[in-house]
Design a protein around this ligand. Structure first.
Ligand code: F6P
Length: 370
């Protein structure tokens, strides 16, 4: 019997999504003789039964394209805004899966997608996920596709900021994506030679950042680049966050409803502006900010991301052929590993404070603000 695969992309877009769709699709169609149906705009498209039957021609000329040809959304099956209300649409999704006679649903996404995929698995669907996000914060995979491209873009930005910061003797605070994990800010900060790198995993004090900049001035370096991850927190903000988390857990234990807390881009930007102003006051240098934002997610994927997405995609089709479902296809060295969704869902891969990248940054004299 010909197997029928449903595929969707969910969460923030990421370079390499089209390469992954192509990897799954070409090997499923050409190598295994399976069928492929692409659902539009993530779980919303599956709920609304909006799809395209994908033939070989749909998979041509997409390898190098950024974004996702299927479209994406952050909609979750169990909390989907429909008709002005947030509703649990899981049963509709399960119904559409069966009505389309799918043998498996392949979900390309980040941390949130792994959780949603597990919920659908628990409803009896055959699911396989692939890990994508520029944040590189999906657990149990060496790396996610999208990260390498974003790392290149952010590094290039830091390179370019150097000459203007140097010319004007300024501090430039560059905000880099990553609300829960600092992989991108840390990686680009090291590769681009930022003088200070602030990440969510290592709370900072403004005084320590200012002192690192003043110390540079004393050594005749009258400019500094501060790379800050969106989710980086001062020691004070970190303590407040821990307190808020405790309250939330308390509420949960009492069976009370809690809302997911998602900081907005504006809130991140406000913090970055505040930091720049404080640094001006404490160092006497002029400061400017640059928010890299969605530039980091756009455009053509790097060679490394295309390669990663393709090999995860073909490994996914191999698993489908074997009927091995309920897993995420993780990257492990040059190979791949099927990891149970139960193991990965709900976990975040943050930067361990003693990670070799952190050690390297410290050893070359980069301040981490602590
Ligand atoms: O999860 C990936 C990511 O790019 C984060 O780094 C960033 O905080 C977030 O998405 C932005 O999301 P959106 O595009 O929905 O504003």
């Amino acid at each position: 019997m010909t197997k029928s695969i449903g595929i969707l992309t969910s969460g923030g877009d990421s370079p390499g999504l089209n390469a992954a769709i192509r990897g799954v699709g070409k090997s499923a169609l050409n190598h295994y003789g399976m069928q492929l149906i692409g659902f539009r705009d993530g779980f919303r498209g599956l709920m609304e039964n909006r799809f395209m039957r994908m033939e070989a021609g749909d998979l041509s000329d997409i390898l190098t394209r950024g974004g996702t040809l299927l479209g994406t959304s952050r909609d979750k099956p169990h909390r989907m805004p429909v008709g002005g209300k947030v509703q649990d649409m899981t049963d509709v999704i399960v119904g559409n899966y069966h009505d389309n006679h799918l043998d498996v649903l392949v979900c390309l996404g980040g941390g949130g997608t792994q959780k949603n995929a597990l919920r659908l698995k628990e409803k009896g669907l055959n699911i396989i996920t692939l890990p994508k996000t520029i944040d590189n914060d999906v657990a149990l995979t060496d790396i996610t596709f999208g990260f390498d491209t974003a790392l290149g873009i952010a590094t290039d930005a830091i390179d370019r900021l150097h000459s203007t910061a140097h010319s004007h003797h300024r501090i430039i605070v560059v905000e880099i994506m990553g609300h829960r994990a600092g992989w991108l800010a840390l990686g680009a900060g090291i590769a681009g030679g930022a003088d200070v790198i602030l990440i969510p995993e290592i709370p900072y004090t403004v005084e320590s950042v200012a002192e690192a900049i003043r110390e540079r001035s004393r050594r005749g370096k009258s400019f500094s680049i501060v790379a800050i991850a969106e989710g980086a927190l001062s020691v004070h903000e970190h303590a407040e966050q821990l307190e808020a988390q405790k309250k939330k857990e308390g509420k949960k234990k009492e069976g009370k409803k809690t809302e997911p807390e998602v900081a907005s881009e504006t809130q991140y930007a406000e913090k970055t502006v505040r930091l720049a102003k404080q640094l001006e006051l404490l160092t006497g240098l002029e400061a400017r900010i640059t928010i890299l934002g969605h530039l980091q997610r756009g455009g053509i994927p790097s060679a490394a991301d295309r390669l990663l997405a393709t090999r995860l995609g073909t490994a996914c089709s191999d698993l489908i052929d074997k009927g091995h479902y309920g897993v995420m296809v993780a990257a492990r060295g040059d190979s791949t590993k099927a990891v149970a969704l139960e193991e990965v869902a709900g976990k975040v891969k943050t930067v361990p404070p003693d990670h070799p990248w952190v050690q390297s940054a410290r050893n070359i004299g980069t301040s981490l603000g602590d």
